[in-house]
Design a protein around this ligand. Structure first.
Ligand code: URA
Length: 236
């Protein structure tokens, strides 16, 4: 059971103000009866507006393939944000990116309005790995995976948690980290004498970036995919 104004706003992508207006003007029905009380509590599947039944989801979870040049924020002033790229059909109030990628980093960004979920998947205590594909300016020394495993100490003395690195080419590798310190991957390489020249997040937890998503595009995640992020068992 939810408030009628919330159901209408979320289901039909209206502002709370417009949802209230629609209810007060008698355009909303509950079980076929007009209800004009905006705070009336109803089961979403009993609510209609303009003849359409409400499709209420408390929260929305989007996978975006972030392009370069866009910032990971909800509001960017003159700068374009990942939330600006969300199409109207998926847009709702309160969307934000769960975790930040740098402006020049591309790949998987999760955009949601569920603060608790975002907190959960970002907390280093939850040990949810974020996987990055990295290209460097110079060949990667063969002992770097060991150094990453031991936990890199950044220039400012910050101790990073153990990270897993797989070298995939002379100047290419994948790195998995369980935390999200500011510019962490770039700084982990920098302190080891390498510059990151390309950075792409390819997975969050057990969920890979959908490579069919064009850069700048996004799609809704299924409940199973959300479980894959958290590493929870899937229903059979
Ligand atoms: N590490 C970085 O340095 N940058 C990112 O965008 C993400 C991880």
């Amino acid at each position: 059971m939810e408030r009628l104004d919330k159901i209408i706003a979320v289901s039909f992508l209206l502002s709370r103000k417009d949802a209230k207006k629609a209810i007060k003007s008698g355009e909303v029905r509950v079980n076929g009866m007009v209800v004009t009380d905006v705070g009336f509590k109803a089961a979403p599947d009993t609510v209609t507006y303009g003849g359409k039944t409400a499709e209420y989801k408390e929260y929305i979870y989007l996978m975006m393939n972030k392009p370069q040049g866009v910032i990971s924020a909800s509001e960017g002033g003159s700068e374009k944000t990942v939330v600006d790229l969300v199409p109207d059909s998926l847009r709702r109030n309160g969307l934000f990116p769960a975790g930040r990628l740098d402006k020049d980093t591309v790949g998987f960004v999760l955009i949601t309005d569920d603060g608790a979920f975002a907190h959960d998947i970002l907390s280093p205590k939850k040990h949810i790995e974020k996987t990055y594909f990295v290209k460097t300016d110079k060949p990667i020394p063969p002992d770097l995976p060991d150094k990453f495993k031991q936990g890199v100490v950044l220039y400012d003395g910050t101790q990073c948690m153990s990270a897993d690195m797989q070298i995939t080419g002379k100047t290419e590798c994948t790195v998995k980290i369980k935390e999200g310190k500011y510019h962490q991957i770039k700084r982990m390489f920098r302190v080891n004498g390498l510059l990151v020249v390309y950075l792409k997040r390819t997975a969050m937890g057990g969920l890979l970036l959908d490579e069919t998503l064009a850069e700048g595009a996004c799609r809704e995640l299924t409940a199973e995919e959300l479980k894959m992020i958290k590493g929870e068992p899937l229903s059979s």
